[in-house]
Each structure stands twice: as structure tokens, then as C-alpha cells.
Write a protein that binds this ligand. Structure first.
Ligand SMILES: Nc1ncnc2c1ncn2[C@@H]1O[C@H](COP(=O)(O)OP(=O)(O)OP(=O)(O)O)[C@@H](O)[C@H]1O
Ligand SMILES: [Mg+2]
Length: 234
């Protein structure tokens, strides 16, 4: 078997993130440096308040660090203005949150198509891909249901399909199965892991579930705004 050198998908150099509220300063991140190779699947663990979501938002370019450098696929995202950044985010990053953030007035199919429509792709071009993705998460028979007409697990499947519709290179997931019962949670986790592997996406997943974290190939543990354990396989 030949060894191939993996490219670095994400590189963080000395990331700090401060929040100031009514003159009180919170140092949410206190100097985080990390390298994550492409196609890595990483669990991000740590106590409540450790800085996991803050880090995930910065990696997903939803938020900017107070200082430090974020390189995604080799691009320094701090050099992009807000417009370039939202375009980049739309194309390169898929998001899955605990609260699935589906739009309640739209159907499952429309929700999945939404990132493509935002990017300006014609509906006709994305209809088939969105339908296929919903079928691949087992919702081929629920295309026209609105979120309120779906179970929690089904809603999270829609969110998974939506996160992948633009074929991003990176998926960031913040406790994606945190609201689901154990059995549904395991089914959704397997589904997500299978899709991520099949498409060779890089994924960072925040979880409080240590059993799930151990099922992922790599783990990072955060403590008090710092990386306490970097177990990313390179
Ligand atoms: N928008 C904000 N304004 C002010 N402080 C914030 C903000 N977001 C997060 N923080 C603070 O930053 C710290 C890290 O928060 P973060 O949400 O990253 O934690 P977390 O590890 O995701 O925790 P949890 O497991 O509870 O979701 C916390 O002390 C939090 O109170
Ligand atoms: Mg969080």
C-alpha cells in the first residue's frame, strides 16, 4: 500500500477569543493551535463552558477570533471580507446544530435546497441532488413535510442532508444528536459518519457523549479555553 500525504484541512495558530459584556471580559479561547488533516473525523469534547462551540464557530467562519490565524484549505480566512466569507462558508462548510435551525414554513426538500438557492443556483439544478440526499437519509417519503410534521430524529436527518447539499469539504456539528433518544441518536450518528466517510469530508463534532466520542477516529479535549488533549490522527 502506498502512503499518501494528507493535506491540512484546518490550521489554527494561537487563536484567542474574548467576549466583553458590561466591562467583564471572558476569555473563551486562550491560545488554541491545531492542525486537522483532510478527511479527519474528530470528536471535540470538554466540560460546559470549555470553549467548544466558540471554537467550532470560528472554524466554521461564523465568527472571527480576537487574534490568531485560521487557515482553511490553506486560505487565511481573516483576509476575506464579510461578503467573501459568507460566500466561502456557503460553499465550503456544512453546519449541523443541536437545535436543527430548519425553517418551519418550508418543506424538508425546500430546507435542503436552501443553501443552493442562497448561492444562486437554479432550483431545477438542485432539486434532484436534494431529493437524492433526503432519500439517502431515509426520508424519500417525507420530502413535502414541514419540520413540525417530522419527528426530532427526522428533522435532524433533514439538517444532515442540508449540511451536505453544497458538497462542502468541511462539516461542523455541535451536539447533533444531543436532543435525541439513545437509539435514534446511534442511528443518526452512524448515518452521519457513513456519509462523511463516503464523501471524504472533514468533520468536527462537539459531543458530551464519551461513548460517541470514542467511536470517532480522533478526539480533541478542551479545558478552560485551551486544548487539553490533541488526539488528532495525522
Ligand atoms: N456571545 C458570547 N458572549 C459572551 N460570552 C460568551 C459568548 N459565547 C460564549 N461565551 C462564554 O465563553 C465561554 C465558552 O463558551 P462556549 O459556548 O464555547 O462553551 P461550550 O464548551 O460550547 O459549552 P457547552 O458544552 O455548555 O455548550 C463560556 O464561559 C461562555 O459563557
Ligand atoms: Mg456549546
Amino acid at each position: 500500500m502506498t502512503e499518501t500525504t494528507k493535506q491540512t484541512a484546518i490550521e489554527l495558530i494561537n487563536i484567542h477569543k474574548d467576549y466583553t459584556i458590561e466591562s467583564a471580559r471572558v476569555e473563551a479561547l486562550r491560545g488554541v493551535s491545531l492542525k486537522i488533516p483532510e478527511a479527519a473525523v474528530v470528536a471535540l469534547t470538554g466540560k460546559s463552558g470549555a470553549g467548544k462551540s466558540t471554537l467550532l464557530h470560528i472554524i466554521g467562519t461564523l465568527d472571527r477570533p480576537t487574534s490568531g490565524t485560521v487557515l482553511i484549505g490553506g486560505s487565511d480566512v481573516s483576509l476575506m471580507d464579510d461578503k467573501e466569507l459568507s460566500r466561502f462558508r456557503n460553499r465550503a462548510v456544512g453546519f449541523i446544530f443541536q437545535m436543527n435551525n430548519l425553517l418551519p414554513e418550508f418543506t424538508a426538500l425546500e430546507n435542503v435546497m436552501m443553501p443552493c438557492i442562497i448561492s444562486g443556483l437554479p432550483k431545477s439544478a438542485v432539486h434532484q441532488r436534494a431529493t437524492e440526499l433526503l432519500s439517502s437519509v431515509g426520508l424519500g417519503q417525507r420530502l413535502h413535510h414541514k419540520p413540525g410534521e417530522l419527528s426530532g430524529g427526522e428533522q435532524q436527518r433533514v439538517a444532515i442532508a442540508r449540511s451536505m447539499v453544497m458538497n462542502p469539504t468541511l462539516i461542523v456539528a455541535d451536539e447533533p444528536t444531543g436532543n435525541l433518544d439513545r437509539k435514534t441518536s446511534l442511528i443518526i450518528q452512524d448515518l452521519l459518519l457513513d456519509l462523511v466517510r463516503a464523501h471524504r469530508m472533514t468533520m468536527l463534532m462537539v459531543t458530551h457523549d464519551m461513548e460517541l466520542a470514542k467511536r470517532l477516529p480522533s478526539q480533541i479535549m478542551m479545558e478552560d479555553g485551551l486544548v487539553a488533549m490533541d488526539g488528532v490522527l495525522h
